[in-house]
Design a protein around this ligand. Sequence first.
Ligand code: HEC
Ligand code: HEC
Length: 302
Amino acid sequence: MSTFWSLFIVVLTLGSIAALVWLLLATARAKAGGAGQTTGHTWDEDLTELNHPLPLWWLGLFLLTVVFGALYLAFYPGLGANAGMLGWTSGKEVGADLAAANRKLESLFAQFRDLPLEALANDPKALDVGHNVFANNCAACHGSDARGAKGYPNLTDDDWLYGGAPEAVLTSILRGRNGVMPPLGAALGEAGVEEVANYVLSLSGRKADEKLAAAGKARYLTVCVACHGADGKGNPLIGAPNLTDDIWLYGGSLDEIKTSIRNGRSGQMPAWEPVLGKDRARLVAAWVLAQSKPVAPAGQAP
Ligand code: HEC
Ligand code: HEC
């Protein structure tokens, strides 16, 4: 706050307090002219207003508020840039609250710190905290049941873009992930996209045009093989999905597959270490691991 505005507020505040005190004293001193004296106002033809002195209890309360205001302004910030005698700031108060909360949480986290993720995934108390962290930070993208949505992976199956080992899941959470599928429409041409998309369909045993798929295979083995592998099972190091399991991040219809190939895809998983810290990230990783169940092969009950 500049000195000018600070002074402006000081003058305005002290001025209005002084004006109120003056008003109080001036009206308290004016002796009322005894019972029956009116203010001279007449309302609604015959209603008159009696002029009684202010009750003492009211005067007392008014004075108290003035004294309270003056003391408050002396001790706390309020008069322009003046910090007040106690040196209180809202920032310091939040800081103290936060430190107290962290001290309390420290004992909660300490008991989990030395346990491996596998153990945490079987510890109901750890899972409880992990579930809370998930609901507050992850559900917006992965869904409150962690089943994901188009572009946001389902975390409850055991199909992983980046691998399902506990450390891999934790790394996904701590550092974030960004899978990049380049747009290949220009390189392949529309006919090429159609062919290779049919080949992709056939990889997961789905019905595809055989002639197109055969032509697509040749293209696949030159253009796609580096990332998705010769067998189409993907590569967890770069998050290239397995194309043979009929589990789709962006949809498995011919049209959606063609769109993935033509326009590319780029899923962004934010890095959570800066937001959550390691303790919370480990607990949410444990919760995610506990949700992950093998999916039953098609046609079988789980
Ligand atoms: C802004 C949306 C968003 C939020 C919030 C988010 N994620 Fe993700 N997450 C993604 C996307 C998108 C991917 C897939 C990245 C890719 O396509 O390469 C992903 C991938 C993952 C993976 C890797 C999955 C695999 O198959 O390997 C894990 C594990 C994961 N997220 C867990 C979490 C957890 C735990 C949180 C909360 C702390 C979280 N995510 C919050 C969008 C999000
Ligand atoms: C540079 C590596 C790279 C190349 C080359 C590449 N892909 Fe991909 N592809 C990826 C990655 C990584 C993803 C996941 C993108 C994401 O997570 O957002 C992906 C995603 C896809 C998907 C979506 C899968 C789903 O589950 O929805 C399809 C389909 C696909 N690729 C097919 C192909 C085909 C066909 C080719 C060759 C014409 C190809 N890709 C070439 C890396 C690549």
